[in-house]
Write a protein that binds this ligand. Structure first.
Ligand SMILES: Nc1ncnc2c1ncn2[C@@H]1O[C@H](COP(=O)(O)OP(=O)(O)O)[C@@H](O)[C@H]1O
Ligand SMILES: [Mg+2]
Length: 307
């Protein structure tokens, strides 16, 4: 559904997108992850034909993204920008009707299209709300409803969950799952890894305009998890536990901080219970033994070390 070959947009000084080659099959949910400024929006704008590449090609459903193919591609793609303009002096109904007109949806079909996109995004109750009165979460839902009006096969959503509270995020995820069940291909970007891990079939990790890792969530997170960060919280002398850890294969220089022991673990994942057993046999009182959530920085570190 999406294919890029050496896709590049150079803004100078290393900024932009450099040599992106990837392939996203139909029916996939693809999570595009990278910190702010890594080139996610640039990629998306290239895919939608809003930027021309400096070199390389992008294809949507086999069509090269060029000005000549632009109207065909627009029919296939539903693009939700990271911050879209809202037309404050309108009701939700008027807003969606306005975009139906923009998409040349025939007048007699508009009402049923609007009702169906509101249903898909669970926003039926907002139909008469003023756009200006919507919360961030509601605005995102109406933005997505708008993106669905012309029933695109491919959805490209730029940071759809950013700025949402946890409840609205869960709703956004559920909506994405519903769209997947309808057979849509979905590309969504985020600067937060765990936000996407649960819904995506494929993920790509971007940093400084370069794709560092690409594959199924399992493939990429396995790389990440080969380096685990462990914290042990104790109600007994941490020095003893530190010594045990030091002698355990795969533990990298454990450090003590008050009643906590921290270390990076690069050994076999299934040997972790043996370490815990040794610690308990030494009569240490363990309050917590946990893997720290990998944040994006750690993901990048481990991914680059692999590369
Ligand atoms: N139109 C532009 N002109 C010049 N530099 C740009 C332009 N658009 C983006 N950039 C730069 O390219 C880099 C990637 O930006 P962007 O794709 O928006 O990142 P992301 O969406 O991952 O936060 C940033 O350093 C940004 O400043
Ligand atoms: Mg962006």
């Amino acid at each position: 559904m999406i294919k890029t070959e050496n896709l590049t947009r150079d803004f100078g000084g290393g900024r932009g997108l450099h040599g992106l080659s990837m392939h996203i099959p139909k029916g996939t949910i693809f999570g595009y992850i990278g910190p702010n400024g890594s080139g996610k929006t640039t990629t998306i704008r290239l895919l939608c034909g809003l930027y021309r590449p400096s070199s390389g090609q992008a294809y949507i459903d086999g069509l090269e993204v060029t000005p000549e193919n632009s109207s065909k591609i627009k029919r296939i793609v539903g693009y939700m920008p990271d911050n879209f303009g809202v037309y404050d002096q309108m009701s939700v109904w008027e807003y969606l009707d306005f975009f139906c007109a923009a998409y040349h949806i025939p007048v007699q079909q508009r009402e049923s299209r609007i009702r169906s996109v509101l249903e898909l995004t669970k926003s039926q109750h907002m139909i008469d709300y003023q756009v200006a009165s919507l919360s961030k979460g509601m605005t995102q839902r109406i933005g997505l409803a708008k993106t669905l009006l012309h029933d695109p096969e491919l959805l490209i959503l730029d940071e759809p969950a950013s700025g949402l509270d946890p409840f609205a995020r869960i709703e956004m995820r559920q909506t994405i799952m519903r769209l997947r069940d309808l057979g849509k291909t979905i590309m969504l970007s985020s600067h937060i890894l765990p936000e996407l891990a649960g819904v995506c079939d494929l993920i790509g990790i971007l940093e400084k305009g370069k794709l560092l890792a690409f594959g199924s969530v399992q493939e990429v997170s396995k790389k990440v998890q080969e380096n685990m960060r462990i914290t042990i919280i104790l109600d007994s002398d941490p020095a003893i536990v530190q010594m045990i850890c030091e002698n355990f294969p795969g533990v990298q220089t454990p450090t003590v901080n008050a009643n906590e022991v921290h270390f990076l673990f690069t050994g076999a994942r299934n040997s972790i219970p043996d370490l815990l057993q040794q610690i308990i046999k030494a009569d240490a009182r363990v309050m917590e033994f946990k893997e720290d959530q990998a944040d994006l920085e750690q993901v990048f570190l481990s991914v680059t070390h692999q590369g």
